[in-house]
Design a protein around this ligand. Structure first.
Ligand code: DGL
Length: 273
């Protein structure tokens, strides 16, 4: 098979990466996609970096066996913990990762007061701290790990009172501090964007890096002559280390336009060598 014909892997701890997959499919409609959700280990945000690096290596090795030509780490947490390690372990595989949009936020914010919503792992990571040091000089950052939000979204509760109360708790200090820009630093959070928007008001800029990631992937594929020539593209399928039925329901609920067969891999982590 011509290298460009191969699918592209997309990985997240769960369904957060679907918010990225939407942008990827829109930007690169001829490409074919394989999505991996490590739902047995969710949430990633509370786990140590060394563990996430181990998970990442095993998942990428599996996706390479499925014949991927490139990988999108559609997870800020896994990117923060493991991106450099994955690039070193798989030097021939183009790997595109995510990071909180600190640079665009610093450029956008008029007041220099910026909210960052991301997992604890991401907020503590060296990668994030370096970003702030480089681009955030003179700005004030209000950060929150949104404990429990990923689980609420995974459970299908994107609109319920508990999710809204959690968001209100997280966003109230940011609103009081006068943030004019908020960074969505976890790929699960775009699914609750309407509530964040409603609470903060229309004057606050909310940054979701998914589009930028899709543009970046397009440039990487083009530069390596890896773009698929003929369309149409498709999501070929989903793998999950959790139960298949749950992921089927979640995709149908959040991104019905991306529905595709789901395969559960219940023994994936037992087979780890
Ligand atoms: N969706 C992931 C992220 O972008 C991680 C969520 C989690 O498992 O904690 O950070």
């Amino acid at each position: 098979m011509r290298e460009g014909e191969k699918p592209i892997g997309v990985v997240d701890s769960g369904i957060g990466g679907l918010s990225v997959l939407q942008a990827l499919v829109n930007r690169l409609p001829r490409e074919r996609w394989l999505y991996f959700a490590d739902q047995a280990h969710l949430p990633y945000g509370a786990r140590p970096a060394s563990e996430l690096r181990r998970f990442g290596r095993r998942i990428v090795a599996f996706l390479l066996e499925q014949g991927i030509k490139a990988l999108v780490v559609a997870c800020n947490t896994l990117s923060a913990a493991a991106l450099d390690d994955l690039r070193a372990a798989f030097p021939h595989l183009p790997i595109v990762g995510m990071e909180p949009a600190v640079k665009p936020a610093a450029q956008t914010s008029q007041k220099g007061v910026i909210g960052v919503l991301a997992t604890r792992m991401t907020l503590r990571s060296e990668r994030y701290l370096r970003l702030k040091e480089r681009f955030g000089q003179g700005k004030r950052f209000l950060e929150d790990p949104c404990v429990g939000l990923v689980e609420r979204i995974e459970s299908g509760d994107v609109d319920g009172p508990a999710t809204q109360a959690l968001l209100e708790r997280v966003l109230t200090p940011m609103k009081q501090a006068g943030v004019d820009t908020v960074v969505l630093g976890c790929t699960h959070y775009p699914f609750v964007l309407p509530h964040i928007r409603r609470f903060l008001g229309p004057q606050v800029t909310i940054l979701n890096p998914a589009e930028a990631v899709a543009r970046h992937l397009a440039r990487v594929l083009e530069s390596r002559n890896l773009l698929r020539q003929d369309g149409p593209g498709a999501v070929l399928g989903y793998f999950t280390t959790g139960p298949a039925e749950a992921l089927v329901r979640q995709v149908r609920h959040l991104t019905p336009e991306l529905e595709a067969p789901v395969q559960s891999l219940p023994h994936f982590w037992q087979e780890e060598t």
